[in-house]
Design a binder for this molecule. Structure first.
Ligand code: SF4
Ligand code: SF4
Length: 114
């Protein structure tokens, strides 16, 4: 690029809006259609069959026993958002979401448990 063009480009950028947006504090961007976010489980429907844990490719689901029942605990920090668990759950207890904001300073926020 020649010098006059550089100067012109520089000055034109002084009066343009920024190309970036301040996510997520000032603006939220909608996820793309079909985006796979955090899986959410409805524990009232869960039968404790364990299929979700068996098929999770990243070992993000742990089965625990509580009050003589088995429940899946989701370690979302390991999740790769493949939604395999959503597909295999025989009672449709796991719902796909488009949640993608996972930043936190509390590790417990990234664990879904009953
Ligand atoms: S979305 Fe995929 S990686 Fe995440 S918990 Fe479900 S099966 Fe595991
Ligand atoms: S596959 Fe569904 S019913 Fe079975 S343990 Fe997982 S959430 Fe519960």
């Amino acid at each position: 690029m020649r010098l006059p063009a550089i100067i012109k480009e520089t000055f034109s950028n002084l009066f343009r809006k920024p190309a970036t947006v301040k996510v997520p504090i000032e603006e939220k961007l909608p996820p793309a259609p079909g985006y796979r976010g955090v899986p959410r489980v409805d524990y009232s429907k869960c039968t404790g069959c364990g299929l979700c844990a068996r098929y999770c490719p990243s070992f993000a689901i742990e089965l625990i026993t509580k009050d003589k029942r088995r429940y899946p605990v989701f370690h979302i920090y390991r999740c790769i958002f493949c939604h395999q668990c959503v597909e295999v759950c025989p009672v449709k207890a796991i719902k796909p979401t488009e949640e993608y904001e996972l930043s936190t300073d509390r590790p417990s926020d990234l664990i879904i448990k009953p």
